[in-house]
Design a protein around this ligand. Structure first.
Ligand code: HAS
Ligand code: HEM
Length: 571
């Protein structure tokens, strides 16, 4: 491994993990505000929305993007036995680091508090859109480097199968590039000039549509690195083999065609979207669950194979023969806890996708309950497990406090289950998300106090504190490892699972082109009518929102004028 490649990978692991401390701190604080333990607007100069923005941006955008890139580098290094071109990994890391630093400084200064979804009418400093774009473009550049490496490898290995982990990484980044075009347009062409004051008019529903066109594939961009680990590493560390390589390839390729055209399911309550559009997107969203059901089957079967290889007999006792709490196999704990959480994260996603049920849960605590069992479940646990694994291998430093590292995922699992249960139970009783409940609803001395939300917000807080403790233990182990001495040969390597059956390669599962074409067609079929809806029912208007009110005063002015002129006529 070259020094510069090593430095790039270690920076890409160290920097986001340091920022994650801030992300976790704000997460725990949110649970304290929501439970009414904190009843004020701000603590240590950070107000609720500033904290929520930092929490969402650092955890869900920064940490996940850095991890996808670094994991991609290690996958290429391990499977293709080559380093990507230096220009690509260095430029990519510099852009990502600079972009992230810009965003973090703005968030700390309170100049960016428009939440991680950052669509209008909330407004950030124009620099935030620049910073976020740099982070995203940086990640593209890493991908362009991998394509060059892959082409070289292909020339030298004309008959070799494309390894599943490489296919998965390419699928993920192709989807990412397609999805980031609308958000780049939204950020750089609409939001940046508007926030800089160069334009006055803004079409709010258009910005929301463009964001969600990116926002849902974004969640699969978070998920697919975890799936890559479940298919290509987990069977190995649990002592078995991958049940079917073809099924794995098929699942990834289905994500390529179905991830982008489903974003409108975040807009089921958006008046500008017509019913036909919503119905179509609801159906597509059920379809995008299919590759996850396939994954549950294939990964579950691989675990069963592992359990039986370890001596299990009978129908279900393979579960007890897996390497639970095994410090030599600590990665297993991170993966299995992620999978267990995802059973419920996935099922709650299907509730969200059901249009009628969505009306019940939208904008309530149910939604963060759902996604902490996805992004803070399999995604985050694979990030934590693999980050310390990769840091140790690439730096040649032995992992410190291995027994703590082994316990962390189980503690995180219990904490996340409690946090999500509290949020979801509260959500079903109307508890709103994105609200500092401590200032009113969970403050007994406030006139809006609601006693029914006390048990749910308290459960959330207990879960949140457990997650905070798990994260703290992890940080101690991660940074002690990082600051330790290097004693072994540095290497870029991954545990690699074999396939159980030697299946015949299916050409369609080895060629991404037809899938990319279908992906673009499905996106157009969905988004052309959605765009038509947006332009039919909304238009750019001057942004005259006041801090205290969600109502656009421009529209109110126009309506008042219209009513008074009608009154004049009647007179
Ligand atoms: Fe979601 C909202 C629908 C998956 C993240 N989602 C969100 C938001 C986030 C998010 C962050 O339709 C909120 C955005 C915001 O701030 O407003 N989501 C779905 C559906 C799925 C889904 C249908 N979401 C995810 C994933 C995420 C994520 C993955 C992050 C990584 N989601 C929605 C909808 C909304 C939404 C609506 C809008 C809600 C609203 O109104 O605002 C599906 O992809 C889920 C399919 C998953 C499964 C589970 C398969 C289970 C597996 C585990 C097997 C276990 C084994 C272990 C093998 C079907 C693979 C066995 C071992 C033993 C020992 C037993
Ligand atoms: C939102 C707690 C870890 C991603 C929230 C909310 C709570 C919370 C209570 C809801 C706030 C509200 O709607 O008013 C925690 C705690 C954590 C944690 C206690 C661990 C100590 C994570 C992780 C991720 C994550 C690891 C992602 C990798 C998010 C996102 C939001 C959120 C994207 C939505 C932000 C928004 O609405 O703008 N978190 N969380 N959280 N969390 Fe976490």
């Amino acid at each position: 491994i070259s020094k510069s490649f090593q430095r790039t990978i270690l920076t890409g692991l160290f920097m986001p993990m340091s920022l994650f401390i801030l992300g976790v701190y704000n997460g725990v604080m949110q649970t304290l505000y929501r439970a009414g333990v904190l009843q004020q607007e701000a603590v240590a100069g950070i107000n609720y929305y500033q904290g929520l923005t930092m929490h969402g941006v650092i955890n869900a955008i920064v940490l996940t993007t850095f991890f996808a890139v670094v994991f991609g580098h290690v996958i290429m290094g391990h499977y293709l036995k080559k380093e990507p071109p230096k220009w690509s990994y260095q430029t990519s890391m510099i852009l990502m680091v600079v972009g992230t630093l810009i965003d973090v400084v703005l968030m700390v200064l309170g100049k960016a508090q428009a939440l991680y979804t950052f669509y209008a009418p909330l407004k950030n400093s124009p620099l935030f859109y620049v910073g976020t774009s740099l982070l995203i473009i940086g990640s593209w550049i890493a991908f362009f480097g991998w394509i060059a490496t892959y082409k070289e490898w292909r020339k030298e290995n004309p008959d070799a199968k494309m390894p599943i982990a490489v296919l998965a990484t390419f699928v993920n980044f192709t989807m990412w590039v397609i999805a980031s075009i609308p958000v780049a347009y939204e950020s750089l062409v609409i939001l940046l000039p508007w926030s800089a004051g160069w334009t006055e008019d803004i079409n709010v529903p258009l910005t929301r549509m463009l964001f969600w066109m990116f926002g849902h594939p974004l969640v699969y961009f978070w998920l697919l690195p975890a799936y890559t680990a479940f298919y290509t590493i987990l069977p190995k560390v649990s002592g078995g083999k991958l049940y079917s390589g073809n099924a794995a390839r098929m699942a990834f390729l289905l994500f390529l065609i179905l991830s982008t055209p489903v974003g409108v399911h975040h807009q089921f309550s958006e008046p500008v979207m017509e019913q036909g559009t919503k119905m179509w997107v609801s159906i597509l969203t059920f379809a995008v669950s299919i590759p996850s059901f396939m994954t549950a089957f294939t990964v579950g079967a691989s675990l069963e194979v592992a359990g039986r290889k370890r001596g299990a007999k009978g129908l279900l006792n393979w579960m007890t023969h897996l390497p639970w709490f095994d410090s030599k196999n600590y990665l297993f704990g991170y993966f299995i806890c992620g999978l267990l959480l995802f059973i419920f994260g996935g099922l709650s996603g299907i509730v969200n996708a059901s249009y009628a049920l969505n009306q019940m849960v939208h904008n309530t605590g149910w939604v963060p309950g759902h996604f902490h069992m996805t992004v803070a479940g399999p995604t985050l646990l694979v990030i934590l497990g693999m980050s310390i694994y990769m840091y140790s291998k690439v730096s040649g430093k032995k992992i410190k406090m291995l027994s703590v590292v082994t316990i962390v995922p189980y503690l995180w699992l219990i904490g996340t289950a409690l946090l999500s249960h509290g949020l979801m139970a509260g959500g079903l009783m109307g508890e709103p998300r994105r609200t500092n409940l401590g200032m009113s609803y969970t403050n007994p001395s406030h006139e809006l106090f609601n006693q029914y939300w006390v048990p749910s917000t308290t459960t959330t807080m207990v879960g949140g504190i457990m997650m905070g403790v798990a994260a703290l233990l992890y940080f101690i182990a991660f940074f002690s490892t990082a600051f330790g001495k290097s004693t072994e040969q540095a290497s870029v390597e991954l545990p690699e699972a074999e396939e159980l059956h030697s299946e015949k390669p299916i050409p369609l599962l080895h060629n991404m082109k037809p899938w990319i074409i279908v992906s673009i067609i499905l996106t157009l079929i969905t988004y052309l009518p959605s765009l038509k809806n947006v332009f039919k029912y909304s238009q750019p208007v001057p942004n005259k929102f006041e801090a205290e009110s969600p109502v656009n005063t421009t529209k109110v002015d126009q309506k008042t004028k219209q009513i008074s002129s009608e009154n004049e006529k009647t007179k």
